[in-house]
Ligand binder design. Structure first.
Ligand code: ADE
Length: 229
């Protein structure tokens, strides 16, 4: 998979790809991530990429021209399955969205910005708009990092244990069960006996029950959705 991220803060986005699972995925060439500086594509003086909104109001808006230039240059070299724009008014990111994106070959992620982007970019270039939650971040870069992490960890060969992404919270609309590790007792607090019993079938049953319990308690809307399946 190839992910081209268009941003005015490439430095801000470096670190998430330089550690742990994402770093390994890149080293294994399962994914190629390119950080593209939008300022390299402007023809305005002083590398300007944003301007005041027509009609007034506070905040700067990303201009269409640098984005169009950048997209044109990228599209000359690759074809893209989706051009994703990160914005608080996009579609809420879900596990199912990550699953879908992880099946694609090439995507572009355009990071949003203060007051947004010229609406014509959204109308004519963007194919999906993604929000990572109902809160406003200072820019779309951290949202892009969250999105990419959610996608890349699903790519075949990225996680060591082939089944571990499948047993994540949300993969089956249930939250994950509690997990424990050594020591089996700390400060008088004991790990549930069943987990140290060695009885695999009972452990699986216990985990499923705990998943149901936890989902019902914490996310009743997910629990109801699960019940209807
Ligand atoms: N940019 C600013 N806030 C955001 C959010 N919640 N999701 C995606 N992009 C954003």
């Amino acid at each position: 998979m190839r992910i081209d991220i268009i941003t005015i803060h490439p430095e801000l986005l470096k670190s998430p790809f330089e550690h742990s699972i994402l770093k390994r995925a890149i080293e294994k060439k399962v994914v190629e991530v390119n950080l593209i500086d939008l300022r390299d594509y402007t023809t305005y003086k002083h590398n300007q990429v944003d301007d005041y909104a027509f009609g007034g109001g506070a905040g700067m808006v990303l201009m269409i021209e640098p984005i169009a230039n950048c997209l044109k240059a990228l599209k000359e070299k690759n074809t893209y399955d989706e051009i994703i724009y990160t914005s608080p008014d996009g579609e809420l990111l879900q596990q199912s969205t990550c699953n879908y994106f992880s099946t694609l070959k090439n995507i572009i992620v355009l990071c949003g910005h203060y007051k947004g982007v010229d609406e014509r970019v959204r109308e004519h270039f963007v194919t999906k708009e993604i929000s990572i939650g109902d809160y406003v971040l200072s820019g779309g870069e951290l949202a892009a990092a969250v999105l990419c992490d959610g996608i890349i960890r699903l790519l075949p060969g990225v996680l060591n244990d082939e089944t571990s992404a499948l047993t994540d919270s949300f993969q089956d609309d249930l939250l994950a069960p509690p997990v424990y590790t050594r020591p089996a007792e700390y400060n008088g607090w004991k790990v549930p006996d069943i987990l140290t019993s060695g009885h695999t079938a009972n452990i699986e049953k216990w985990r499923h029950e705990k998943s149901l319990e936890r989902t019902k308690e914490r996310r009743p809307e997910l629990y109801n959705k699960y019940g209807k399946k």
